[in-house]
Design a protein around this ligand. Structure first.
Ligand code: NAD
Length: 478
């Protein structure tokens, strides 16, 4: 294995012919790898390889495609430690969490493999005698999959598995911030020999490689996870080829903690939802709207949970690692500073603390109270381990503030008043609402953003069917 060869096209490894990009360990700030980007010519060849492999892959018996996904899952499990170590060193997350990510990715592949015998068509009556109308689901063609850095392997399979099971071929471009586990995963797929050449291809590089891929005329669908603004650029670019787009973008999730809520449950669930993966989750609770009657009691519990979380050595008994890179670290530090300057109170956590390692991008779980809708913290996606708390009084105020965002991915409600809960689930303009529980999507659910959190969605039946298109056949038999 030549480590310089990070690009897989048509069943062969090659070195990137574009500029090299450093990969940095966020716990030490040290460069751990340098990955060459694909050139435009390599992107073109990847698209051509995927296009020429697609008809045969799409025509294969679906159960054989399911078998291939099961083989990949088994290879991921067999190499779980190695994949987890790479995830650890490029994202900074603790090894226990990285091992969970690998297992979740294998579970996802196994789940998607089950769709091999489940894609169904329809037969509808015709207006004409002796005619049957058949609606069948067929592949879209070549799928470009562009992913973010927060869960590199989960996002890999979340796009590649449903695209492959439905008969599409894929070119994956992982985030340039965290490409290492994805490259290794692609090598495992290659070593397993379970996919014919060209069915799955990998190109490395940053936004310009992504843009070249998305604008290639042989690409029929773009599925991307990342920032709202990147999503808009991709959608604009896709107008040139009319490729379908599925965009899983950011969020700024509100959580309503009503006066009758179980405060222990709410505090524990929201500590997890604000701080897990150091707050670098699209569904993180970023605006906690707490009824004034229980505000202080809730904050006290939230701080207790925040202080319990262990931050540090990823091979030790820790819950959280550093933020992913200097850019993200700077953004979150600035968000904390600006909130304080605007009059909010830092109750616990922060950065630059004596308990934190000197090197690396560390921030302790941070609770900030006295946040108001006028503050920047309220209005932007934070993507860091911050739990901003806003005091509320009336139900309509809670809903108005919860909905006061251009995002629409996730919302949380904590209450024991069933009428209020039912009303809130209708009034909240979000694609995913959690009632009395922490974040965490189900395989069979549908993770979808409303408003500017995206177009499309992932998981379950709807997440699979989006990789198909309908063909109508008018079958005259007289
Ligand atoms: P990003 O938008 O900077 O990058 C995402 C991917 O897009 C990367 O692979 C990048 O190289 C590529 N890219 C950048 N410019 C491009 C262009 N012009 N054309 C094509 N590709 C381009 O996002 P990020 O910083 O990697 O990820 C963080 C964001 O992802 C946050 O907003 C987070 O909420 C979101 N996210 C959403 C979900 C979800 O399911 N909704 C899940 C995880 C992360």
């Amino acid at each position: 294995m030549n480590p310089a060869e990070t690009i897989w096209i048509d069943g062969a490894w090659e070195a990137g012919a574009g500029p090299s990009l450093p990969v940095v360990d966020p716990a030490t700030e040290k460069e751990i790898a340098c990955v060459a980007s694909a050139s435009t010519e390599q992107v073109v060849r990847a698209a051509e390889a995927a296009a020429s492999a697609q008809p045969a892959w799409g025509a294969l018996e679906p159960w054989r495609r399911g078998e291939a996904l099961r083989v990949i899952a088994a290879w991921f499990r067999r190499h779980r430690r190695e994949l987890a170590e790479l995830l650890c060193s490029e994202t900074g997350k603790p090894i226990a969490k990285a091992l969970e990510d690998v297992e979740n990715s294998a579970i996802y592949l196994d789940y998607m493999a089950q769709w091999d015998r489940r894609i169904e068509g329809e037969i509808v009556p015709s207006d004409n005698a002796h005619e049957t109308i058949l609606l069948s689901r067929v592949p879209i063609g070549v799928v470009a999959a562009i992913t973010a850095w927060n869960y590199p392997l989960d996002l890999f399979v979340r796009k590649v598995a449903p695209a492959l099971i439905t008969g599409n071929t894929v070119i994956l471009k992982p985030s340039e911030v965290t490409p290492l586990a994805c490259i290794r995963a692609a090598r495992l797929i290659a070593e397993s020999g379970c996919l014919p050449p060209g069915v799955f291809n990998l190109v490395t590089g940053g936004g310009s490689v992504g843009a070249a891929l998305c604008s290639h005329p042989l690409v029929n669908m773009i599925t991307m996870t990342g920032h709202r603004e990147t999503g808009k650029k991709i959608m604009t670019g896709a107008a040139g080829t009319l490729a379908r787009v599925s965009l899983e973008l950011g969020g700024s999730a509100p959580a309503i903690v009503w006066k009758d809520a179980d405060l222990d449950l709410a505090a524990e669930a929201l500590a997890f939802s604000s701080f897990e993966n150091s707050g670098q989750v699209c569904t993180s609770a970023e605006r906690i709207l707490v009824h004034q009657d229980v505000h202080d009691a809730f904050v006290e519990r939230l701080v207790e949970y925040a202080n319990r979380l262990r931050v540090g050595d990823r091979h030790g008994e820790t819950d959280l690692g550093p933020l992913v890179n200097a850019t993200q670290f700077g953004k979150v530090r600035q968000a904390i500073d600006r909130a304080r300057a605007e009059g909010a109170h830092l109750v616990c956590g922060g950065y630059g603390l004596p308990s934190l390692p000197r090197e690396g991008y560390w921030i302790r779980p941070t609770v900030i109270t006295g946040v108001t809708p006028a503050m920047s913290l309220f209005n932007e996606e934070i993507f860091g381990p911050l739990a901003p708390v806003i005091r509320i009084g009336r139900y309509d105020e809670a809903i108005r503030l919860a909905n006061a965002t251009r995002y629409g991915l996730t919302a949380f409600v904590f209450s024991n008043d069933y009428r209020l809960i039912m009303q809130a689930q209708n009034d909240l303009r979000f694609g995913e609402v959690y009632i009395n529980r922490a974040m965490g999507e189900a395989l069979q659910g549908f993770h979808t953003g409303h408003q500017e959190s995206g177009i499309g969605g992932e998981d379950g039946k709807h997440g699979v069917l989006k990789y198909t298109q309908i063909r109508t056949v008018y079958h005259r038999y007289s």
